[in-house]
Write a protein that binds this ligand. Structure first.
Ligand code: HPA
Ligand code: MG
Length: 220
């Protein structure tokens, strides 16, 4: 995929809440809709095709799709649904296995560059020789993903590709760019489509900008 092959979302081009349906329980807690649910789904339809086009041409094309929980689960579910409907350029369907992991960064211990992955070494050994597709909700600083990739590479997969629905345009970025990106978003805190603020808003379909009221209401 070409660099910067994504949809750039401008903070000036947001949608007022009353243009879309939002759950009543969040009406005061979001300021605007950044990416409507329908547009997310359409974009995933295209991302699935881009991903399938680059799957290695094995006798049975295959992927181990790894969901980075919890924020990645909705993108993962919708992406997997689309990939299942796709065929390679040679007309073959794709054999998928699904994996789920949580990642915790040791933010206070930059020197080791470690991440803790919620899979044992024995489970990670299963990745040896496989074609991995890591599915993430958002790349912010990029630090967690760089560390995760370093750890996964220790287990000798045949290939690792990363897709993130969102990449944040932030000065704190380490420059990491996934292979397949849905949207580049402004440096604002976004919620919805499984992205959370203190575990709230995962049940909102659209991707939205949280309001001051919402930040206060769900602060911990
Ligand atoms: N929203 C939710 N989770 C996040 C964000 C965000 O904007 N950035 C990093 N994790
Ligand atoms: Mg995430």
């Amino acid at each position: 995929m070409d660099a910067k092959n994504w949809i750039d979302i401008d903070i000036e081009r947001v949608y007022p809440l009353d243009h879309f349906v939002v759950p009543q329980h969040y009406e005061k807690d979001i300021e605007s809709i950044l990416i409507p649910h329908g547009m997310i789904k359409d974009r995933i339809n295209k991302l699935a095709k881009l991903i399938v086009n680059e799957i290695p041409d094995d006798p049975i094309p295959n992927l181990v799709v790894c969901c980075v929980l919890k924020g990645g689960h909705q993108y993962f579910a919708d992406l997997v649904d689309e990939i299942k409907r796709c065929h390679t350029s040679k007309g073959k369907s794709i054999k998928l296995s699904l994996e789920f992991l949580k990642v915790k960064s040791y933010e206070n211990d930059q020197s080791t560059g470690d991440v803790r992955i919620s899979l044992s070494d024995k489970e990670l050994e299963e990745f040896r020789g496989k074609n991995l597709l890591i599915v993430e909700d958002i790349i912010d600083t990029g630090r967690t993903m760089v560390k995760l990739l370093k750890r996964l590479e220790e287990f000798g997969p045949n290939s690792i590709k990363v897709t993130s629905l969102l990449i944040k345009k932030t000065p704190h970025s380490n420059g990491y760019i996934p292979h397949y990106v849905g949207f580049a978003i402004p440096d604002a805190f976004v919620v919805g489509y499984a992205l959370d603020y203190n575990e709230h808003f995962r049940d909102l379909d659209h991707i939205a900008v949280i309001s001051e009221h919402g930040k206060k209401a769900y602060a911990v």
